[in-house]
Design a binder for this molecule. Structure first.
Ligand code: ZN
Length: 262
């Protein structure tokens, strides 16, 4: 990828995942985070709110759950911005908080929620991340929050809604570990079938996330895959990474016996 605004070795973390609530980052991309931390990359999560308006759990309990999930994921940092749960807006407070996080953590990649989502907080964080991605790189904007920093790319992970993804990450060998990460959030997923139901759409919280991964895996020719989107195109240095990529890509591009090449 090109390095628009990247300061190369000055990066503090390789990837920063921003979520509206504790557990959003994991539901969307726990597998991709595990892929990175297993490879020795530094991954951080920023939760914008403490989940104090949720019908389930308490902020203290959710902080404990988030810490357990962070340990399983091997995160190098997890921070909470303290924005108001249920009333997050793409406003000055969110911009300041997110610009501050980007300049503290200095990530090469920024992963944010998908812009269209049934939960208004998710949409607000998605929009605020887009502004913060740009504004954090301006040296004369909010200089008191630190020197300018802009990640190489802004990627979107899946929330409650989505579209055809730009690419997927094969997480088939990580499904059990992703499930273990999601089960850290006992206050959100509950114990009985009723308690485990998604707040809007009913289906079991954990199964819903993994069935989505299964669906995208099927489209990609691997067992499970997490979908991602980019805000506009980004450049690869070369096509070699696609040639040497994992088995999921190989399967996706291999025509079935007797079939036509895709
Ligand atoms: Zn959420």
């Amino acid at each position: 990828m090109t390095a628009a605004g990247d300061r190369g070795d000055a990066a503090t973390v390789d990837a920063l995942v921003v979520g509206a609530h504790p557990d959003d980052a994991e539901i969307g991309c726990a597998g991709a985070m595990l892929r990175m931390t297993d490879a020795g990359l530094r991954v951080a999560v920023v939760d914008c709110t403490r989940g104090e308006s949720a019908s389930r759990g308490t902020p203290a309990l959710r902080a404990e759950e988030a810490a357990r999930a962070a340990a399983l994921l091997g995160l190098c940092a997890r921070q909470n911005l303290g924005l108001p749960d249920g009333r997050v807006a793409d406003d000055e407070a969110a911009l300041r908080a997110l610009v501050g996080a980007l300049r503290r953590l200095r990530p090469r990649l920024l992963l944010a929620p998908f812009p269209i989502d049934a939960h208004p907080d998710h949409e607000a964080v998605a929009a605020a991340c887009r502004r913060a991605f740009f504004h954090a790189g301006l040296r004369n904007l909010l200089p008191e929050l630190g020197p300018p920093w802009r990640p190489r790319a802004l990627l979107r992970y899946a929330g409650n809604d989505g579209a055809v993804p730009t690419f997927c990450v094969d997480i088939d060998v990580l499904v059990d570990r992703k499930r273990a990460v999601l089960e850290c959030y006992a206050s959100q997923i509950g114990r009985s079938p009723d308690e485990r139901a998604h707040y809007l759409r009913g289906a079991d919280h954990v199964e819903r996330a993994l069935v989505r991964d299964r669906y995208y895996g099927t489209l990609c020719g691997c067992g499970h895959a997490e979908p991602f989107w980019t805000d506009g195109p980004f450049a690869l240095d070369a096509l070699a990474p696609l040639v040497t990529a994992g088995a999921g890509v190989d399967r996706a591009t291999t025509p079935p016996p007797g079939g036509n090449p895709p």
